[in-house]
Design a binder for this molecule. Structure first.
Ligand code: GLU
Length: 495
């Protein structure tokens, strides 16, 4: 199977399950997803849990759940399974062992018996002479006999990769030509730890190879490690994938997205009622990867318009203050589409039930038709569905029952006002604005003798919401729509 690039595109998102998925991770996953989908490829989730000390129970499931919430589920993953699993590195230890044996046989790796004490001493000495600590490759020079002897004595050891001079340049999809002469700055890196777990560098290369990964799109912090990975590919005799390193996602002011701020975890946005598409649109709006800057791209449009060659090298700045606006635009788009609107109606019904369930004596206000009307009327005015169940909009869901006598005390002409307003409502089209309606109400008041404007408003507000305070009467009527507003006026003032 060959995509338009001539190879089957297989990309992966490879998080370490050390906590919640944050926005930077979501962006990396999204770019991988977009790249896969636009090339008819596969998007793979691989959980890199080889550093067992840092693994947080439940984090891997949480990350996959958030990708699903965001609408970018992996095609292959721990949950989905797939042809090249397992998709969790801790379950692939035998594969890393086999790969390590291969390198040992080729003489490209060696067993290292240096004790933690010796390594610590090396480190301290280096620091004292103001040098960067690095392993001195001592065990590289042990004879076969020495090694066999130590192994037979059961000496604890790790396996290190022989870093050779002569790193070859590679062309990164985003950063262009790049090369790091790792052997001149680093000691031979550990690839297999004494507990049989691989280090990131080995596991990553072995898995990308065994999983048939064609393109590695990952955070720019790994750019400097890529030369090391390429040396590993060379030692194995494997063809490496193409690499593209994605610049960091930073706050608008250039500071690091702090995990302590709370508002960097995808879970948080989901709980706050953020629309997944709005979040995806926002994190790609930082001027990277697209020909033009535009708000309101759907996932389908993001997929069609993303161009990895347009990802810029400078860090992407995230402006979270724009999120409500992104949400508003996406919500309006979804309300405007019948199929999506149906889903939203069900969501609002569930929210209303949850918040006002015990106070909904009259089921009419939670019916599909009414909720749909509310959505259409509020389209463009709200940024989250949740806004509709805030106290400000409680009147939408709670039909008041105010005793007739109380209304009479506000205005003796309650019934006459009711009839006139009903007439006005019957003449109104659904596309009213609060200003127009406000003007009409003023004119109407001039026809009534003996009632002041303020009393009339108080009366109508009570009839519509049972409250003395709240949004303007015209605004309430516009939100309720002429039918529901009419029903309330009729019940309170005219029957
Ligand atoms: N586990 C690494 C991380 O979380 C993955 C790096 C890579 O994609 O190669 O950053």
């Amino acid at each position: 199977m060959g995509g338009p690039l001539g190879v089957a595109v297989r990309v992966r998102f490879a998080p370490s399950p050390t906590g919640f998925l944050h926005l930077g991770g979501l962006r990396t996953a999204l770019y991988n997803y977009l790249f896969a989908k636009q090339h008819q490829g596969r998007f793979i989730l691989r959980v890199e849990d080889t550093d067992q000390n840092r693994v947080v129970p439940g984090a891997a499931e949480g990350i996959e759940g958030m990708l699903e919430w965001a609408g970018i589920p992996p095609d292959e993953s721990p949950r989905q399974g797939g042809p090249v699993g397992p998709y969790q590195q801790s379950q692939r230890l035998s594969l890393y062992r086999k790969a390590t044996d291969m390198l040992l046989e080729k003489g490209a790796a060696y067993r290292c018996f240096c004790t933690p004490q010796r390594l610590e001493l090396l480190r301290k000495e280096a620091l004292r002479s103001q040098q960067t600590p690095r392993y001195d490759n001592r065990c590289r020079h042990l004879s076969t006999r020495q090694v066999a002897e130590k192994v037979s004595q059961g000496a604890e050891h790790v396996v290190r990769f022989c870093l050779e001079e002569g790193s070859e340049p590679f062309c990164d999809l985003i950063y262009g030509w790049s090369r790091h002469e790792v052997a001149s700055v680093e000691g031979d890196p550990v690839i297999l730890k004494s507990d049989g777990f691989p280090t990131y560098h080995l596991a990553n290369v072995v898995d990308d190879h065994l999983m048939g990964i064609s393109h590695v799109l990952r955070g720019a912090e790994w750019l400097v490690s890529t030369s090391k990975h390429l040396l590993l590919y060379k030692a194995f005799g494997w063809d490496p994938p193409r690499f593209g390193h994605l610049p960091l996602l930073l706050n608008k002011d250039g500071s690091k997205l702090s995990k302590r701020q709370g508002h960097v975890f995808v879970e948080q946005f989901a709980q706050d009622g953020c629309l997944p598409e709005a979040l995806l649109d926002l994190i790609t709006d930082c001027g990277s990867g697209f020909a033009e800057k535009r708000m309101g791209r759907t996932l389908k449009e993001l997929t069609a318009e993303f161009d990895v060659g347009r990802v810029e090298r400078h860090s992407a700045l995230l402006d979270l203050e724009k999120l409500p606006e992104f949400n508003r635009i996406h919500l309006a788009q979804q309300i405007g589409e019948e199929k999506q609107r149906r889903v939203l109606v069900a969501e609002v019904q569930a929210l209303v039930e949850q918040v006002y369930g015990d106070r909904l004596e009259d089921s009419g206000v939670a019916e599909k038709g009414y909720v749909e009307q509310v959505l259409l009327l509020r389209k463009g005015h709200i940024s989250r569905l949740k806004d509709l169940v805030m106290p400000k909009y409680a009147f939408l869901w709670i039909r008041p029952s105010v005793p007739r006598e109380e209304l009479q005390t506000v205005s003796a002409q309650a019934e006459e006002i009711g009839r006139l307003v009903l007439g006005l409502l019957e003449r109104q089209a659904a596309a009213w604005t609060a200003e127009e309606l406000g003007r009409d109400l003023r004119q109407l008041q001039e026809q009534i003798k003996g009632t002041q404007y303020s009393s009339m408003m108080k009366l109508l507000r009570l009839a519509l919401s049972g409250q003395q305070q709240g949004p303007s009467v015209a605004e309430m009527m516009v939100s309720l729509g002429p039918r529901e507003a009419g029903t309330r006026i009729q019940r309170a003032l005219c029957s």
